[in-house]
Write a protein that binds this ligand. Sequence first.
Ligand SMILES: O=C(O)CCC(=O)C(=O)O
Ligand SMILES: [Fe+2]
Length: 317
Amino acid sequence: MTASAITPVPISLYAEDIDAFSQSLGASFERYGFAVLSGLFDKDGAGLDKTLVDQALADTKAFFALPTDTKMQYKTGVGGQRGYTPFGIETAKGASHHDLKEFWHTGRDLSEGHPYRDYMPENVWPGEVSGFRDHVSELYTALDFLGKRVLKAIAIYLKLDPEFFTPTVREGNSVLRLLHYPPVTAAGESVRAGAHGDINVITLLMGAEEPGLQLQDRDGTWLPITPPEGCIVINIGDMLSRLTNGVLPSTIHRVVNPAEGRKDFSRYSTPFFLHFEPPYVIETLENCISVDRPNQFPDPISAEDFLQQRLREIKLT
Ligand SMILES: O=C(O)CCC(=O)C(=O)O
Ligand SMILES: [Fe+2]
């Protein structure tokens, strides 16, 4: 297994000593734009239910194993925001070759007549895989909950009110992405995921045990992130980087093609892109502006406008 640059922080520390948890996590974010949480499935931790994660992964594998024609029925035409996006579409900003992946997007289920329905399309579900809807919905809810705890720790680290983020993400436009990178049999210019920064607030990623994920460090070198089982990788997205004036950086990362011996294997990973509520206005935090760090983003922008701008850049709309 490839070594990982980042020392994991145990999730159990959240309940035991939230200040210590916030410091460890925040320091890792400030240094790398990434942190790793361990003990994800510990019974008394603040993490996830292993059975649920295993079920959702089995459903993911079953879905991607369906014939292409069947999967294409779930391509929804709403900018890839829901349902299936086939191989050969998403292209990292500024890249000339598409990524080697297909994926499925699930968003927030909203009540009838909810005002955010204008921004968030209805979910679609593949009837071919029984259990998919229940397990994936439950995983969405669990990751949303975990993400909100991580944001509380980030608020403490930034010396904000611990509940600062609560109203900003309560019904955020968050998306759970089920990713399949098929075996890489032919040589070519494409990589599994080209170098990019995430658009959103924070991303919670499961499935990085299969090597490939790398972050670009300050000096330009690529550091592998291959945590042991039972960990979750978290990274800062562009929206939080902008809000914090770069104090918490959104670090460029990529997924490289498999080494000899792993080329015949698929890679499955599951990023949860936690987003703000669409109307939330991202305006640089006062306490992240100083003489040494002048405001790099003097023009506030709503989360929705920022998202639409960025989706056009990655060819999803
Ligand atoms: O598959 C991974 O490990 C990372 C995926 C990723 O960075 C993304 O989808 O934004
Ligand atoms: Fe990413």
